[in-house]
Design a binder for this molecule. Structure first.
Ligand code: FAD
Length: 308
């Protein structure tokens, strides 16, 4: 039951200092994160798009507690979009944002601050012909994030959102978002959530995923199947066929560095496959969630502490 412990550690400043200071951490982080800055991230964008994949970029950061850092996050995204524009990568590369990095949790007017910041990013994204997807964080943020989505879609209808199948509320949210023009990335969910709001058993989370996927595939929106799970990918293919969906009227999404052979295999069959590329110095929370998802990753990480 290491997963919940790692998820709790993902929000501990003390653990952050210990893990970040360990010299052996970096090579393991590099498996999941495309470098500290924009230059190495752009190298990954070029390599992946040249091989027929599409990408979404995440400038790492979350749980921002001051306005200046929220503004700096927005500016980092503006620089990223400018870099994509200069290389004409707009349509193949979009961006994923975490509203908590844009100020959502700031006391008082956090929701408005995050909206104002992300609006600037959405404007530039639209200008260069690409889109923004709002990542979903812990359950306390879902209402605010979906409200930001509704506001942004008025001017930027291509803005996407993420729904997490582990939350009890998600089937209803999926129904509300399965409409024309709506882009929804369905994932299982990566945060530590209480039993009052979320399924705790993997089997239940998987079943809920299938129920939500059925709603999205039957609807008129654009489903984005965010999973590495071979069973769910096979079910997504069956559902797409059942609803006469052509390739390109939905897509698969996977994380940078995870199941890379499967990413290429799916793309070679003509499917649209988008890779989520995280980059930046604030990798700790993202990295710990990846360790929590798979005990084998933790073993790999701990083994690197042993002398050769
Ligand atoms: P699992 O059952 O966890 O994994 C299936 C198989 O995939 C495993 O057997 C293994 O082979 C492989 N695998 C999965 N995870 C790993 C890993 N860390 N390391 C190595 N192999 C692995 N969650 C959110 O809460 N909010 C978000 O906004 C969000 N955005 C995401 C965006 C994308 C594109 C993806 C793919 C995931 C995102 N997630 C997000 C994470 C998601 O919620 C899951 O935690 C994660 O995808 C693992 O679930 P799975 O569906 O891959 O299935």
């Amino acid at each position: 039951m290491l997963g919940p412990v790692l998820l709790a550690a993902s929000r501990s400043d003390r653990m952050r200092r210990i893990v970040a200071a360990a010299p052996v951490t970096r090579p393991v982080v590099d498996r999941f994160v495309a470098g500290d800055g924009l230059a190495p991230a752009m190298n990954s964008v070029r390599a992946l798009t040249a091989s027929g994949l599409t990408v979404t970029l995440d400038h790492l950061g979350e749980d921002v507690t001051d306005r200046a850092t929220a503004t700096a996050t927005r500016d980092a995204y503006l620089r990223l979009l400018e870099a994509l524009m200069l290389e004409g990568l707009g349509p193949k590369a979009e961006v994923s944002v975490k509203l908590s990095a844009f100020g959502q949790a700031l006391p008082g007017s956090g929701h408005e601050i995050a909206l104002e910041n992300v609006r600037r990013v959405a404007e530039l994204a639209t200008e260069i012909g690409t889109t923004v997807t709002l990542d979903m964080e812990d359950h306390t943020t879902v209402d605010s994030t979906l409200a930001v989505l509704a506001e942004l879609r008025e001017r930027h209808p291509g803005t996407g959102a993420v729904l997490q199948s582990y939350l009890f509320r998600t089937e209803e949210d999926a129904r509300a978002l399965a409409a024309a023009g709506s882009r929804v990335r369905l994932v299982k969910g990566a945060y530590k959530e209480p039993a009052s709001v979320a399924h705790q058993e993997k089997r239940e989370v998987d079943r809920a995923y299938v129920r939500c996927l059925k709603i999205l595939m039957a609807g008129d929106g654009y489903p984005m199947v965010g999973s590495h799970d071979p069973r769910l990918i096979a079910i997504a293919q069956e559902l797409a066929a059942r609803h006469d969906r052509k390739q390109g009227s939905y897509e698969y999404q996977m994380l940078f560095g995870i199941r890379t052979a499967e990413q290429r295999r799916l793309a070679a069959t003509g499917e649209r496959v988008r890779i989520y590329i995280p980059y930046g110095a604030d990798w700790y929370g993202y990295f710990m969630r990846r360790l929590a998802e798979r005990p084998a990753n933790l073993t790999f990480f701990l083994r690197s502490f042993l002398p050769n």
